[in-house]
Design a protein around this ligand. Structure first.
Ligand SMILES: NC(=O)c1ccc[n+]([C@@H]2O[C@H](COP(=O)([O-])OP(=O)(O)OC[C@H]3O[C@@H](n4cnc5c(N)ncnc54)[C@H](O)[C@@H]3O)[C@@H](O)[C@H]2O)c1
Length: 248
């Protein structure tokens, strides 16, 4: 092991929604690169298994903490700072999807999606900004923020907000903290499970130049790059890891 295959040795990372899916993949990639990693989730039974996997690479911790709770996010950052150290890398990944025609979307449905995806991202970014002296913030958006998608208005609006928040914060926290977003295309996880999709929805997701779903590892590799020493001149960007669904 050396600085080339463990470029994040000595760093502390926090990944929200790191118990499964894309968040788990990012947490594992950062741990393999040498970082101590904390994950949070709102009560996901898979968190214990993910923690055990992370601990194969070094120190790690998991906490049940909902990103919509201001008190829970303050407490989470307090615990990470005490037990692992001040985070150098914060990944705001926690998210939910709500699918329904707009006329059938209640104000409560809309609020819930915005609460987790955008307000949660705000709370996590704010706690990171209050504590970090330097480092990287990475926010997980979506290609649908840029494409738009019928029956997913609240979700797309929330992810558009994540991209705008990222750009504003990149300006505000420069030059010591770099803030970027990743906007994945379709990735086969619990949220977008190939097995549970209608043929029409699947066809729409596959109508891209690369005509396939991406993998969790492909998103994680981008996050690891953005967290690492080679990405020191990159801030305020939104990385489309999307098989060509959106071309910037
Ligand atoms: N899967 C895709 O195709 C896709 C595409 C673009 C963007 N994304 C985004 O990637 C991120 C991860 O999604 P995924 O596909 O891995 O889905 P997933 O459902 O497998 O994982 C979501 C994670 O967020 C956590 N979470 C949900 N609500 C939370 C809350 N209130 N507080 C804390 N944690 C919470 C869950 O416990 C889980 O760990 C999301 O922000 C999602 O919008 C996913």
């Amino acid at each position: 092991m050396n600085e080339y295959n463990r470029p994040l040795a000595g760093k502390v990372a926090l990944v929200t929604g790191g118990s499964r899916g894309i968040g788990r993949g990012i947490a594992l990639a950062l741990a393999k690169a040498g970082a101590k990693v904390a994950i949070c989730h709102p009560g996901d039974e898979r968190a214990a298994q993910t923690l055990a996997e992370l601990q194969q690479y070094g120190e790690a911790l998991e906490r049940c903490a909902d990103v919509t709770s201001e008190a829970a996010m303050v407490a989470l950052f307090d615990q990470v700072c005490t037990l692992l150290g001040t985070p150098d890398i914060v990944v705001s990944n926690a998210g939910i999807l709500h699918e329904a025609p707009l006329v059938e979307t209640s104000a409560a449905d809309f609020d819930r999606v915005l609460d987790v995806n955008l307000r949660g991202c705000f709370l996590v970014n704010r706690e990171a900004a209050r504590r970090m002296k330097s480092g990287r913030i990475i926010n997980i958006a979506s290609d649908l923020a840029l494409l738009g998608r019928e029956r997913m208005t609240a979700y797309c609006a929330s992810k558009g907000g994540v991209i705008s928040l990222t750009r504003s914060l990149a300006r505000e926290l420069a030059p010591h903290i770099l803030v970027n977003a990743i906007a994945p295309g379709s990735i086969d996880t619990d949220m977008t499970s190939v097995d549970s999709m209608s043929p029409e929805a699947l066809a729409k997701d596959l109508a891209t130049p690369l005509a396939r779903f991406g993998t969790v590892e492909e998103i994680a590799a981008t996050a690891r790059f953005l967290a690492g020493p080679e990405a020191g001149f990159i801030t305020g960007q939104c990385f489309g890891v999307n098989g060509g669904s959106v071309m910037y």
